[in-house]
Design a protein around this ligand. Structure first.
Ligand SMILES: [Zn+2]
Length: 477
């Protein structure tokens, strides 16, 4: 019974409400508690979306990466039942706020003996539940974000260059955001979502598996060495490029968190030159990229774009949205961000072409996204158990690639550091020599990392809504 009261899943909300109610009887703590309660209620739908727990580092991501307008807009993409649950919590807490004074007088004034055991019971239940539910998450969040407090200076890299033969003068790495391969016309989606990329001469990998379901976990793993799943983010592509003799640039539209307190920012710290624009509009980066590419030194430019991040409607900044399908506003905006990213990539490729120098550009997205149907529309519901959270595009364009070729292989992003080494033309003490990411043998068992940093096989995940399901619905009436 006690077990159920304390640990039953739906009872968490009840016990938390009760806990806050009891504590709110005390004048001194009332204000803070009410504030926390309200914040908890507001954050609930977003936090729920990022996994099975109530608090996830990804929820902190949302808090850190977004401003107030963004946070409000963000809720548009969520399934409505989650919003209702959040609204329910807000209402409960407002009621507690309004009525607790009256209730406390009526119930407890002459029954102090009852009041203290009740407080004790509620404290025990909630603290045990709280420990069970939140402790792993809190530890993980502290670990993921601990560098905000510590590590003034970036840790020195362990890479040692054994040999180097430069293949190209200019390198560009575009790190896309929340883009799935299957919604790109370059990957066969029937709508022209990425017409420019489709036409480009490139080498493209059919099934590229991102290392994680969110930006915080994925971007550093796309850029750094991982040993047995353990991230060594001081051994990353930026300092590899520096050691290979390139000037390094980091150009980002991922805003505040991208600059000073995100795992991507941790890698960015190693770059010689850093530009973070405060507005999450990728096109604002173009003049900086153009100027950077005109510099005569050999260089590697890392571009971290905001792409198709939630809320996709707020990432368009006036960019035309030609999609008016019955699959809902979120899906239409999401596809329009593909058009925008397509044009962005095309513009960067054209800048490289107009330069007389040899070049190569790689594009990939940090992770996919999962969609669910909610009231006849598609909404975004991040789910690490779904394959589509990991199926991302990957292709390379270069001054010496003159055909449009698809490599029908499965590739894990955990090989990326070996890719950078061979791409930059270096051999090191920590990377495979002459690694060919386009080799014909698939990675049979790609792994992904979950919020608790454990590795799990991608092959065990299940299929969610496919792009073909969405297209069928679009064209069904
Ligand atoms: Zn992301």
């Amino acid at each position: 019974m006690i077990q159920y009261i304390c640990f039953g899943r739906p009872t968490f909300i009840v016990s938390a409400t009760f806990f806050f109610f009891i504590l709110s009887l005390f004048n001194t703590s009332r204000f803070c508690l009410n504030l926390i309660s309200l914040l908890f209620a507001f954050v609930f739908p977003a936090a729920k979306v990022f996994g099975s727990g109530v608090v996830q580092p990804a929820a902190l991501d949302v808090l850190l990466t977004t401003n107030v307008t963004e946070a409000v807009g963000f809720h548009e993409v969520l399934p409505s039942y989650l919003l209702l649950q959040g609204l329910f919590l807000v209402i409960v807490f407002v009621l507690v706020l309004v009525f607790n004074k009256k209730l406390s007088v009526r119930l407890f004034d002459n029954r102090l003996t009852l009041r203290y055991p009740l407080i004790a019971l509620s404290l025990i239940c909630v603290s045990v539940y709280g420990y069970k539910a939140f402790a792993p998450r809190i530890i993980e969040m502290i670990e993921a974000y601990s560098f905000i407090l510590e590590e003034e200076k970036p840790k020195e890299t362990d890479f040692k260059i054994i040999s180097k033969v430069h293949k190209y003068d200019n390198y560009v790495v575009i790190i896309g955001e929340s883009m799935r391969a299957d919604f790109m016309s370059a990957y066969g989606f029937p709508l022209e979502t990425t017409p420019s990329i489709s036409k480009m001469n490139k080498h493209l990998i059919s099934r590229f598996i991102s290392p994680a379901p969110n930006t915080t976990l994925s971007v550093p793993r796309f850029l750094s060495l991982s040993v047995d799943g353990k991230l060594q983010d001081h051994n990353n592509a930026v300092n590899l490029a520096k050691l290979a003799g390139f000037d390094t640039y980091w150009i980002s539209s991922q805003g505040f968190s991208g600059e000073s307190c995100s795992p991507a920012g941790r890698v960015a710290r190693y770059a010689d030159h850093k530009t973070f624009v405060p507005i999450q509009n990728d096109f604002v980066l173009l003049p900086t990229i153009e100027k950077t590419l005109q510099d005569s030194h050999n260089k590697v430019v890392f571009i971290h774009i905001v792409g198709s991040h939630e809320n996709p409607c707020s990432k368009l900044y006036g960019y035309p949205n030609n999609y008016k399908y019955n699959t809902g506003k979120v899906m239409n905006c999401y596809l329009a961000t593909y058009n925008k990213t397509d044009e962005f990539v095309e513009k960067v490729v054209n800048m490289l072409k107009t330069n007389s120098k040899s070049y190569s550009l790689v594009y990939f997205a940090d992770h996919g996204l999962n969609f669910v149907e909610s009231s006849g529309e598609y909404k975004i519901f991040r789910d690490p158990e779904i394959k589509q959270s990991y199926n991302v595009p990957f292709f390379v364009v270069a001054s010496d690639i003159r055909e449009n070729r698809e490599y029908d292989v499965t590739r894990s992003a955990f090989n990326m550091i070996d890719f950078y080494a061979s791409w930059f033309g270096v051999k090191t003490n920590l990377t495979k020599d002459d690694y060919d990411i386009f080799n014909e043998e698939s990675d049979s068992d790609p792994k992904i990392v979950y919020y608790d940093f454990t590795l799990t096989p991608y092959n065990e995940k299940k299929d969610g809504v496919k792009a073909s399901d969405v297209y069928n619905k679009m064209t069904s009436n």
